[in-house]
Ligand binder design. Sequence first.
Ligand code: GTP
Ligand code: MG
Length: 332
Amino acid sequence: MFYDETKVYLKAGDGGDGCMSFLRQKYMPKGGPNGGNGGRGGDIYLQADENTADLRTFHFKKHWKARNGEPGRGSDQNGKGGDPCLLKLPLGTEVRIEGEEKILCELLTHGEEIVLLKGGKGGRGNATFKSSVNQTPRQTTEGKAGSEGNFVFTLKTIADVGLVGFPNAGKSTLLNVLSNATPKIASYPFTTLVPTVGVIDFPDEFESITMADVPGLIEGAAENRGLGHRFLRHVERCHLLVFLIDLSSADGREPWNDFIHLRKELEDYDPRVADKPFVLVGNKIDEENAPENLALCKKKFPDMEVLSISAILEEGLSELRHKLFEKIKEMK
Ligand SMILES: Nc1nc2c(ncn2[C@@H]2O[C@H](COP(=O)(O)OP(=O)(O)OP(=O)(O)O)[C@@H](O)[C@H]2O)c(=O)[nH]1
Ligand SMILES: [Mg+2]
């Protein structure tokens, strides 16, 4: 299972109460007030962590609390502040208040930290109320409650390029031959159940770009068919999309229709995603009827460039690499 959305209840620590106390010693029966202040409650911090792959931690443990501040004590001792609670989230996590659309914050770069909820202030001990007119204050204040709330964490993969295609189009095979990633490959649909990000190196340019393999879409994915639209969120952050279509028509579909349907799914999900720049790539050019299908595709979309590759035989890859690099460079 891949956990890319989860609800959590978070609570920062309460402030400790202020203390009421007076100095009482054998030969000093009426010593002054010496009640200390309460400690501050711990904050709830979020930290972006590249070693955290998904949100499973928060799926299994949904309640997180920072420690309360300790109450003040006599002899002017202030209470200790409560320990904060640090939540490590995968890069690309968005945080929302439950039931609200607006994104509160997002964690994008490793190590980035955000204080989401502040701990409550500690209360005042009676020593702080001492004044020229009140030498024996019996007044203290309570610690303030820490903030709390229900939140939704949503993970959206960060990659330059997102691979979009029907199941079995060869997306994982392509990521495998282009990058350092080794996603599972098999001849049945929905092999990929988890988005995988690979790094494509361009050693001559001393550069690299990242590419995400997203579980295959089928028609109606935006209405939750197949694995549903939940994986479409993983291309939301990509700058460039690669529509990968199967030129062999092995599954009985026409490759040009695949492209039209893929775009429609994105449109139904979010027009902004459908409007992203893209490259259309036909895979499996090594198959028997592929060249004919490629020609038909080019005819259907005369204004569009259709690249053809064989991911398995590693044909046409340098042209594709070049294209991706150029496009991403343009955008950056
Ligand atoms: N003939 C041929 N077969 C290929 C090529 N690329 C991939 N395949 C085969 O197509 C099948 C599906 O490949 P995958 O890479 O798993 O496809 P996918 O798009 O990741 O599929 P899902 O993860 O299920 O969405 C496998 O049997 C691959 O060996 C190619 O260029 N030529
Ligand atoms: Mg796959």
